[in-house]
Ligand binder design. Structure first.
Ligand code: SAH
Length: 468
């Protein structure tokens, strides 16, 4: 290893930046995150640096660099853009053993500035010894995406309670155990969600009951929406929880690509719910979630799309709350919006649809009891979930209530997945289309003028939507 990573304490340290251009400004921006005193030496400053100087945030010496500028400095950055000036700064600084960096010139630098992920006080530095800056940037983006925005708050929160925990759990091993469970538990989650009151209350309870035993930290459940199937459509929060989970509970609709994002060591429980062939009843799933959380685990319940849209997330949430298990809900991209985007169908449109309705096309009794009259009104979009088996009947009801037989429709099957199909037609043809094309689902039915703009149509011999 040629470059050894270190964290340099810059509180009250005087740092020198030579140069007033954009490259200098980039370094100043980074240094401003510290409590260093910044000195800029440059005959001229760009707009951004000039504003900082007049606000008194940096001290500007409006002239060329002099050797004397290095006196009393802890760190030097040469960014004038003039090779001769920067080279001289480097030579003089190195003669004094002062750490010096030249922008993009590792050979003349005694240190290089790493890629940073900043969740102060948690800081991650990434370097490639100058060999692959683009790779470093990509790694940084990936780590950025994985780490919760409030990670720094969590570190500060833990720090605040460190003395209290120490006084109730004197043994080092017991404390380590406490903290390792704490950082994956519901109190830490509350901090990450910015709910300081719930976090503080929860922490006080934990600390006050700590001496009774170290297994008092109950787990929690996250109902996580994972979108319609494409893993790229996961939210940062969903991905993070999937990476932290002890147990992942999922059913048949969750795609392989998404399951690949789950932490390898997490236990996976397949509750395989398929329409008509429940391998575990909802009651059994509810009980399973409670039982796992009570065992102290971080349980992630994966839900296709959004947990609160035809996902029975409400029932699971209520059950968990009744059993006093901490539960959080992570929204996901629902099938309607995921499929609309991939099929190029705007769900609302100033000229065609001022409202959009998500309805279910299935109930145990057959066709659900919907207000067909309201759904048949013009200038709106209807998206039917779970509507494949009743598609023909749904079209008939809508036409009975006056919706034109020529209303454009689109069927999006396995939307956002590699096997996606987008089929276009008109309302009177819906039932037939589903049979003709042997649509198996999961699929959404989109009904309304906007469906005429469906793109990425599957090149089967489907009749195009007729103009209305
Ligand atoms: N909570 C989910 C919906 C669960 S109900 C959500 O918010 O999307 C299951 C229904 O969702 C399926 O019958 C189908 O209508 C729809 N669906 C789920 N994934 C889909 C996909 N990739 N493409 C099309 N429809 C999908």
């Amino acid at each position: 290893m040629r470059y050894f990573p270190l964290f340099h304490d810059l509180r009250d340290a005087a740092c020198l930046v030579v140069g007033g251009n954009e490259a200098a400004a980039r370094k100043v921006r980074l240094l401003q995150r510290t409590e260093a005193r910044l000195h800029i030496v440059a005959p001229e400053l760009n707009e951004e640096l000039a504003a900082l100087a007049s606000a008194g945030e940096v001290e500007w010496h409006a002239r060329r660099f002099r050797a004397k500028d290095l006196e009393d400095k802890s760190l030097v950055i040469a960014a004038s853009g003039d090779e001769r000036v920067d080279g001289r700064v480097s030579r003089l600084a190195r003669a004094r053993r002062l750490p010096v960096n030249l922008v993009d010139r590792p050979a003349l630098s005694s240190f290089i500035v790493p890629g940073m992920v900043d969740r102060n006080p948690v800081t991650i530095a990434i370097g490639s010894g100058g060999s692959a800056p683009v790779l470093v940037r990509q790694l940084r983006e990936r780590i950025e995406a994985l780490l919760p925005a409030r990670l720094g708050d969590l570190a500060r929160f833990a720090d605040r309670f460190r003395p209290a925990v120490k006084s109730v759990i004197p043994g080092e091993e017991g404390r380590r155990h406490f903290w390792s469970r704490f950082f994956r538990g519901p109190v830490a989650e509350a901090v990450l969600q910015g709910d300081d009151r719930r976090a503080t209350d929860g922490m006080l309870t934990l600390v006050n009951s700590a001496p009774e035993g170290r297994d008092n930290q109950q787990g929690s459940v996250a109902l996580v929406g994972v979108g319609p199937g494409d893993p790229d459509l996961l939210t940062f929060r969903a991905l993070r929880l999937m990476q932290e989970a002890d147990v992942v509970v999922h059913d048949r609709l969750i795609s392989e690509g998404i399951l690949d994002c789950v932490r390898r060591d997490a236990e996976r429980i397949h509750v395989g719910k398929a329409k008509g062939a429940h391998s575990m009843s909802q009651d059994e799933i509810n009980r399973l979630l409670v039982q796992q959380a009570r065992a102290g685990k971080l349980v992630v319940r994966l839900k296709g799309g959004d947990p609160f849209i035809f996902g029975r997330g409400g029932e699971e949430q209520a059950y968990l709350q009744t059993h006093e298990i901490a539960v959080q809900v992570v929204p996901g991209i629902t099938a309607a919006t995921g499929c609309a985007a991939t099929a190029g169908i705007p769900l609302t449109h100033r000229d065609m649809a001022s409202a959009v309705t998500f309805a279910t096309g299935y109930s145990r009794e057959g066709l659900p009891d919907l207000d067909w009259q309201a759904l048949a009104a013009a200038r709106q979009t209807l998206v039917v979930y779970m509507g494949v088996s009743n598609g023909g009947e749904i079209a008939k009801r809508l036409m009975d209530k006056g919706l034109s037989a020529q209303t454009p429709i689109a069927v999006v099957e396995k939307g956002t997945l590699p096997e996606q199909r987008v089929l276009g037609s008109h309302l009177a043809d819906l039932g037939d289309l589903l049979k003709r094309e042997q649509v198996e689902g999961p699929a959404v039915l989109m009904i309304g003028s906007v469906a005429a703009s469906a793109q990425n149509l599957t090149p089967a011999e489907t009749p195009l939507a007729l103009a209305v």
